[in-house]
Design a protein around this ligand. Structure first.
Ligand SMILES: Nc1ncnc2c1ncn2[C@@H]1O[C@H](COP(=O)(O)OP(=O)(O)OP(=O)(O)O)[C@@H](O)[C@H]1O
Ligand SMILES: [Mg+2]
Length: 384
């Protein structure tokens, strides 16, 4: 849906058709609004999937803004009837954190702010989310509400597990205690300031990412555009192939609906810069496809990216954890597909071992029998 809307917008903007020109503004507004609606749906689904995961903690270098935006999208229903939501994103350092857990912290704090406000007075009340940096370079995230404030007599107990002033069924009193555990585990802290006149502000303070982690992050960031890439899409759902084709206009995109077909094409010597493969397919699954490709076409296997629908079987989860290939979760946005094409295709600039052997063999046929450490690998998959 999103990619179709994007393309329709692009086409309308570029069109020199007179009939379109007359209505361009209206058409653009309609499509833009539909696009925004679709984007909201995508973010909520993505948020549900991201924040409801219960995996082991995984800390990486993160930008705070997208996590806050996702938390805001997830809490829209709680906030909408109670307050205007104001975002005031100032410059803030990258942090080292687990996105899922940090998202849970922000959701807890936003929901608390909303629950402190009466229903139906959204015009008079405000929840303001501000990011900034303190004098020592730490990230500060303030979640401020215009609610009644917290009585001084209970401030000391707020972070106690099961402390709640909410009726049974509304609060369990765990939100703040869990949030504090998560944040202190990241080397940060949560503070609260509250009075009856100004409402309540919860401040999350997090240390900036370390220099070593930042360097690693920069190294793994997507490189600049690489031009036209050869892309193979393997998915039993034909609509998905069409979506990839549209999103990757400007690249050469081949689509097949069965893993066997993909293997046949690889067997003819066809090469691809990146292969997007569904994980769950009838006949041959993405996992079996990968195993066979690893044996017969290792270079192609290295360039496979798995497209997943989120409903993981234990096998699939173990598989994705074991391999180093990237995966792309549905619903995906066009930019993350393009960015994967850039990153994975870029790796092609550093030839795989099998390709080096192949190149040498072409330059000097004698090299083939001269043998290299890796010659056996290629002989096995029959490319030399
Ligand atoms: N923004 C706020 N304004 C006023 N009181 C608040 C605010 N945030 C938290 N509190 C108070 O702190 C208590 C504890 O909050 P906490 O998030 O730990 O639990 P809860 O919201 O009651 O339940 P749960 O988060 O488990 O659904 C709340 O019951 C409420 O009295
Ligand atoms: Mg709470």
């Amino acid at each position: 849906m999103i990619s179709n809307l994007d393309l329709a917008l692009e086409d309308i903007r570029a069109s020199d058709d007179a009939a379109v020109a007359v209505r361009r503004e209206d058409l653009e507004v309609m499509l833009r609004e539909a696009r925004e609606g679709a984007e909201r749906v995508r973010r909520i689904v993505q948020g549900l999937k991201t924040f409801s995961r219960n995996e082991e903690e995984r800390r990486i270098v993160l930008e705070l803004r997208p996590i806050l935006e996702l938390a805001i999208a997830m809490t829209t229903n709680e906030v909408r009837h109670r307050a205007r939501l104001v975002m005031d994103f100032g410059a803030v350092p990258l942090v080292e954190a687990d996105a899922v857990r940090l998202g849970q912290v922000f959701i807890n704090l936003i929901v608390n702010a909303a629950q402190a406000l009466p229903d139906g007075q959204s015009e008079e009340n405000e929840i303001r989310i501000t990011t900034s940096m303190d004098a020592t370079g730490r990230a500060m995230i303030d979640i401020q509400d215009t609610g009644p404030g917290i009585p001084a007599s209970i401030v000391d107990r707020l972070f106690d597990p099961f402390f709640t002033t909410k009726p049974v069924g509304v609060g369990t009193g765990l939100g703040l205690s869990i949030s504090q555990n998560i944040v202190s585990g990241m080397g940060g802290e949560i503070r609260v300031e509250s009075d009856a006149r100004h409402g309540t502000t919860f401040r999350v303070v997090l240390p900036p990412a370390s220099v070593q982690e930042l360097a690693r992050h920069v190294e793994s960031s997507p490189p600049p555009d690489i031009g036209r890439a050869r892309v193979l899409v393997v998915d039993d759902e034909p609509a998905l192939g069409t979506a990839f084709r549209r999103i990757l206009r400007g690249h050469d995109v081949a689509v097949v609906t069965r893993a066997r077909e993909a293997l046949d094409r690889l067997a003819t010597g066809e090469t691809f810069d990146i292969i997007f493969s569904d994980l769950m397919m009838p006949e041959m699954s993405g996992m079996d496809f990968f195993e066979e490709a690893t044996r017969r076409f290792p270079t192609a296997a290295e360039r496979m990216v798995f497209v997943t629908g989120g409903a993981f079987t234990p096998d699939a989860t173990a598989f994705l954890a074991r391999i180093s290939n990237e995966h792309l979760e549905k619903p995906f946005d066009p930019e993350s597909v393009r960015s994967l094409v850039r990153t994975v295709s870029h790796r092609r600039k550093i030839p795989a071992v099998s390709e080096i052997v192949e190149l040498r063999a072409k330059e000097d046929p004698g090299a083939r029998t001269a043998g290299t450490d890796h010659g056996h690998r290629d002989a096995r998959h029959g490319r030399l």
